[in-house]
Design a binder for this molecule. Structure first.
Ligand code: PLP
Length: 431
């Protein structure tokens, strides 16, 4: 029995007086699902425990990083040992080289890597690097892909495929937006036209390894290779943003899964084991343009922080073990198929997608393959489904346009509990 949200409601009211919207990152406010956020007290394994004493099976996992489950023993033990050695030095450590080596071993396309503190920093720095390296200004991004909140990337489509981008937020100058071209995902023909028109001015095309920020939408067969060929043809760099898909869809990322060789890769989330981390890496020739090896400036007081490096190393050592990704994919298949069957039984149309341990269920009768088709989803119905699942003790991503994540800690019992909850929740939605 759910114990209600009394204490969460009170804490949210208090937080709203002190913190804009009561949260430190907008999605957490549950606005898209017509609810107020649950305040978390602690987490363990696949579970979140809220301040009212409710337990939830967690498919958000801190928006991806907690792939080994919350408070994983090995990661926690490594952190406890590290914390007594000091929390930041602002000077190099061996830990940075160890994590760099693990990343380079996992990504054949990467010769060198630079650590930063968030995914936003990784993509922002990757764009500067691409612009500095090519001497060009324009970048191409996809409608529905999110790469953090740097000015160049908070851009949506104008009217018409080749028109200039429009900021999605006040405060982004139009002269910055003018350098971002947006394109529909999974549509190679439109991309060819964009490159025919502006290819010689394009520094880079940036794409999520597997998009998760319009819900999980797999790339069509051959699409990524098509983008790789096109960018090469025009001398533009291909940046794969694997902040979400990195070590989530495979050991390495989507580029390993689909055998694509980007010029620059962005990472975050999992490689910090739950601590703030980002990274960007690529070919030596490009990476050596970064200061102090080269002229392109990028820096960070806490970059390569020993706690984050320790957690990242411990996390990758866990994920490296044989069978990890098969186990994750099998659990994801089981729960995604169970949820899809529950929707079908209740007469709710659901378009189910998954890649590795990422999954989504779009409440629509359409085939979802890009942002426009994702937007045919019934977001009101999704809100009702989300709220019903929460009451049943299942914590889903609080938007139709976010992916769900599986962890190694979810048990068969947790998965069956989730499917049973979905059966009840979809019946409510259909009422
Ligand atoms: N890139 C992708 C693909 C993401 O999913 C995110 C965050 O969700 C980011 C970049 C930004 O990362 P951060 O929130 O760490 O700044």
């Amino acid at each position: 029995m759910h114990k209600g949200y009394q204490r969460s409601e009170a804490l949210f009211a208090e937080a709203k007086q002190l913190i804009p919207g009561g949260v430190n990152s907008p999605v957490r406010a549950f606005k898209a699902v017509g609810a107020n956020p649950v305040f978390i007290d602690r987490a363990e394994g696949p579970y979140l425990y809220d301040v009212d004493g409710n337990r939830y099976i967690d498919y958000v996992l801190s928006w991806g990083p907690m792939i080994a489950g919350h408070a994983n023993e090995e990661v926690s033990a490594a952190l406890k040992e590290a914390i007594d050695r000091g929390t930041s030095y602002g000077a190099p450590t061996e830990l940075e080289t160890r994590l760099a080596q693990l990343l380079l071993d996992a990504f054949p396309a990467m010769d060198m890597v630079r650590m930063v503190n968030s995914g936003t920093e990784a993509t922002m720095s990757a764009l500067r690097l691409a612009r500095g390296y090519t001497g060009r200004n324009k970048i191409v991004k996809f409608e529905g892909c999110y790469h953090g909140h740097a000015d160049s990337l908070l851009i949506k489509a104008g009217s018409g495929a080749l028109t200039l981008g429009v900021p999605t937020s006040p405060g982004v100058p139009s002269n910055i937006a003018n350098n971002t071209i947006t394109a529909p995902y999974n549509d190679l023909e439109t991309m060819k036209k964009i490159f025919e028109e502006a290819g010689d001015d394009i520094a880079a095309l940036i794409i999520e390894g597997v998009p998760g920020n319009m819900g999980c939408i797999p790339p069509k067969e051959g699409y990524l290779q098509g983008l790789r060929d096109l960018t090469r043809q025009y001398g533009a760099l291909l940046i794969m943003d694997e902040v979400m898909s990195g070590f989530r869809v495979a050991y390495g990322g989507a580029q390993v899964l689909y055998d694509i060789e980007p010029d620059i890769t962005c990472l975050g989330k999992i490689i910090g084991g739950g601590l703030p981390v980002g990274a960007y890496g690529g070919k030596k020739e490009i990476m050596e343009m970064i200061a102090p090896a080269g002229p392109i400036y990028q820096a960070g007081t806490l970059s390569g922080n020993p706690l984050a490096m320790t957690a990242g190393i411990a996390m990758l050592e866990i994920l490296k073990r044989p069978g990890t990704y098969e186990t994750l994919a099998e659990k994801t298949r089981y729960v995604a198929e169970g949820i899809a069957a529950a929707a079908k039984d209740a007469g709710v149309p659901l378009y189910s997608t998954r890649v590795g341990s990422m999954f989504s269920g779009f409440i629509t009768t359409e085939t979802v393959e890009d942002f426009a088709s994702a937007c045919t989803s019934d977001t009101e119905a999704f809100g009702a489904y989300f709220r019903a699942m929460l009451e049943e003790g299942v914590y889903l991503a609080c938007s139709q346009f976010e992916a769900g994540f599986m962890s190694l800690a979810h048990s068969q019992e947790d998965l069956d509990f989730t499917i049973a909850a979905a059966q009840k929740a979809f019946r409510k939605v259909a009422e």
